[in-house]
Design a protein around this ligand. Structure first.
Ligand code: ZN
Length: 525
C-alpha cells in the first residue's frame, strides 16, 4: 500500500496564465506534473536501493537525501502556479468529452491539488519527524515486547491522525478523510457495511472449517535451497506475464513493488529456506502489482493518471494472481511437476492433493501476514474496528493491547500471549496515521473475486488454460479492463466498467465457499 502523502503549503509570485491558449497551458501543466512525478520516481530509486543493496553505513545520508527530494516534490505539488493553471483550464475542460484523457487528467490533478493544499507545511514537518521517531522506537519495542514504551508515541500519532481529518472537515466520520486518501469514494460507512456483510459470511465458515481435521502442511516446512526457490518463483512470475525486460526481481526484508517509469517496474521478495510458500507467493503477489503498472497505457506515463487507481484496486491485482490463480488446483496441475523436479528429495513423494491442501491450510493464527485467505479478513476487520474506536475517542491508546486481545478472542478465538504478536505486530500505526491503514487489503480480496468472475463470464476457458500454464487470456482481460486505464476513472467507475456492476461481496463469498467447501469437504449449503 502506498503511504499517505501530505504536502507543504507555499506562497509564490508567478505571472498569471493570461491569454495563453488552452493547449499551451495544458502542456505547461503536464510539464510541471511530470517534473513532480520524476522527483518522486528518483526518490523511489533511492528507497528501492535502501531496501535492497545499500550498506548500513549509508542510512543517515540516504534519509537526508530522500527527505530533500520529498520536500521538492511536495513544494512543487502545491505551487500556486498549478492552482492557477487548473483554474484557467476549467472552461477548456468543460468542452472536452468527460472520458477523454485530458478531462480525466484535469479532474485528478485538481483533486490531488485541492487535497495537498489543505494540509499545512508545518503539519507535514511535525508528522514526518514524529513518524520517523515512532518507527525507530517500534523497531526496538516490538522484539522487546514493550508496548508501554510505544503508548506516548501512539497517543501522539492518534492526535496527528485526528488533526489530519480536521483539515478536511466537515466529514461524516473522522476516519473518512483517511479512507478516501487510500480509496477514493469510499467512506467509513460504506466500508463498515461491506465488512458487516463479510463478517456474517466468514465467521460461520471459519468455525465449520476449524471443526474439520487440520490440513497437514509439513511438506512446505522442509529445507528448500534458496537458489531453487528463487528460480522457480521467477519462472512462475514470468509465465504469468510479468515482463522482466521492464522489471527485475531482488531480495529484501519486506517484499514490495516499485515503479520508476513505465519501462522499469521492479519487484522484491524474501526467501525462507524452511517455508516454501514465502518466496513463491510473495513474488507472485508483487508480480500482480507490477503487471498492473506495466500494463498502463503509455500515453498516461508521467501524469497523475499513470499509476494504479487506488489501494484497494491495486491490492485486488496482487491477490487475484497470488490467491485465486496461484493457490488454485489448476495452477498446480501445471506447475507441480516442475516444482517436484526442482525439489525431488522434498516433494517427490508428496501427492499434488496434499501439496494443494497445504498451501491452502486454514487455521486460526495470531499474525496477519501469515494468515490464510479465509481468516485473513478477520484480522483486517479487527484492525479497522480498533482504528475507528481510537479515532472516535471510545478507546484510549493505553487500553489498546487489552482491546486487541479481547477482539482476537471474540473473532478468532485465540489471543496472543504477548503484545509482540498482538498490537505491536504491524508497522502501519507506528510509521503513519491511524485510520485508512488496513481496509484496502480486504477491499482488494473482494474486488479480486469480482474481477476474476467478470473475466470468466467473457472467457469461460480461462481455468482450462491455467491448467495448461497459459495465462494470456486472463492477463489480456485484466490488461484491457483494468491495467490500461491507470487512474483515468474513479475506482467505483472502473469496477462498473470492468464488471458491469458496483463493488459486490457475492463473488468473493461464493469463491471462498466453493473453494474451501471442496478442500475441507464441507456439506453444501
Ligand atoms: Zn500488496
Amino acid at each position: 500500500m502506498a503511504r499517505k502523502q501530505a504536502a507543504t503549503k507555499q506562497r509564490q509570485k508567478a505571472p498569471p496564465p493570461g491569454s495563453r491558449s488552452p493547449q499551451d497551458m495544458l502542456a505547461d501543466l503536464k510539464g510541471r506534473l511530470r517534473e513532480i512525478a520524476d522527483l518522486r520516481a528518483a526518490n523511489a530509486v533511492l528507497s528501492w536501493d535502501q531496501s535492497t543493496y545499500m550498506p548500513e553505513g549509508g542510512a543517515a545520508a540516504r534519509g537526508r537525501q530522500m527527505a530533500v527530494l520529498s520536500r521538492f516534490a511536495h513544494e512543487r505539488s502545491v505551487a500556486p502556479d498549478i492552482g492557477r493553471l487548473l483554474d484557467a483550464l476549467i472552461p477548456y475542460g468543460e468542452t472536452l468529452p468527460q472520458t477523454s484523457d485530458d478531462a480525466c487528467l484535469l479532474r485528478v490533478a485538481r483533486r490531488d491539488f485541492e487535497k495537498a493544499i489543505k494540509v499545512p507545511g508545518d503539519y507535514v514537518a511535525r508528522a514526518n519527524v514524529h513518524w520517523s521517531a515512532s518507527y525507530q522506537e517500534w523497531t526496538r519495542a516490538r522484539p522487546a515486547n514493550d508496548f508501554p514504551s510505544m503508548v506516548p508515541y501512539l497517543e501522539k500519532t492518534l492526535d496527528l491522525s485526528r488533526e489530519y481529518s480536521e483539515f478536511f472537515a466537515p466529514y461524516a466520520h473522522i476516519a473518512d478523510p483517511h479512507i478516501d486518501d487510500a480509496d477514493e469514494g469510499m467512506t467509513t460507512a460504506s466500508v463498515g457495511n461491506l465488512f458487516g456483510e463479510l463478517r456474517r459470511g466468514l465467521v460461520p465458515l471459519v468455525d465449520v472449517i476449524c471443526d474439520r481435521p487440520e490440513a497437514d502442511d509439513s511438506c512446505l516446512h522442509q529445507e528448500f535451497a534458496k537458489a531453487g526457490q528463487l528460480e522457480f518463483a521467477r519462472h512462475a512470475a514470468e509465465r504469468m506475464g510479468y515482463d522482466f525486460r521492464r522489471g527485475r526481481l531482488d531480495l529484501t526484508h519486506h517484499p514490495f513493488c516499485t515503479k520508476f517509469s513505465a519501462g522499469d517496474v521492479r519487484i522484491t521478495t524474501r526467501v525462507n529456506e524452511r517455508d516454501l510458500g514465502d518466496a513463491l507467493f510473495s513474488t507472485l503477489h508483487e508480480a500482480g502489482h507490477a503487471m498492473y503498472e506495466q500494463g498502463i497505457d503509455p500515453a498516461l506515463a508521467g501524469t497523475p493518471l499513470g499509476h494504479g487507481v487506488s489501494a484497494g484496486v491495486h491490492e485486488s491485482q496482487s491477490r487475484l494472481w497470488e490467491n485465486i490463480v496461484a493457490r488454485s488446483r489448476g495452477f498446480w496441475d501445471y506447475f507441480y511437476p516442475p516444482l517436484q523436479r526442482s525439489f525431488a528429495a522434498q516433494l517427490g513423494g508428496v501427492p499434488l492433493d496434499v501439496f494443494h491442501r497445504a498451501i491452502n491450510k486454514v487455521a486460526r493464527s495470531l499474525i496477519r501476514t501469515d494468515a490464510d485467505e479465509v481468516t485473513y479478513n478477520l484480522h483486517i476487520m479487527l484492525r479497522f474496528d480498533l482504528e475507528l474506536r481510537l479515532l472516535e475517542g471510545k478507546l484510549a491508546v493505553k487500553d489498546l493491547a487489552e482491546a486487541w486481545r479481547a477482539a482476537m478472542q471474540a473473532d478468532l478465538r485465540i489471543a496472543p500471549a504477548d503484545d509482540r504478536d498482538g498490537c505491536l505486530q504491524d508497522v502501519h500505526w507506528y510509521s503513519g496515521t491511524i485510520g485508512g491503514a488496513f481496509h484496502s487489503y480486504t477491499i482488494g480480496n473482494i474486488l479480486a473475486a469480482q474481477f476474476y468472475a467478470a473475466a470468466l463470464k467473457v472467457h469461460p476457458e480461462i481455468p482450462e488454460q491455467i491448467r495448461r500454464g497459459e495465462f494470456a487470456t486472463l492477463h489480456g482481460w485484466l490488461h484491457d479492463n483494468i491495467y490500461w486505464h491507470g487512474a483515468r476513472f474513479p475506482p467505483a467507475e472502473l469496477v462498473r466498467r470492468a464488471t458491469g456492476s458496483a463493488l459486490s461481496m457475492q463473488p468473493y463469498l461464493g469463491y471462498l465457499l466453493d473453494k474451501y467447501g471442496a478442500l475441507y469437504r464441507l456439506p453444501a449449503g
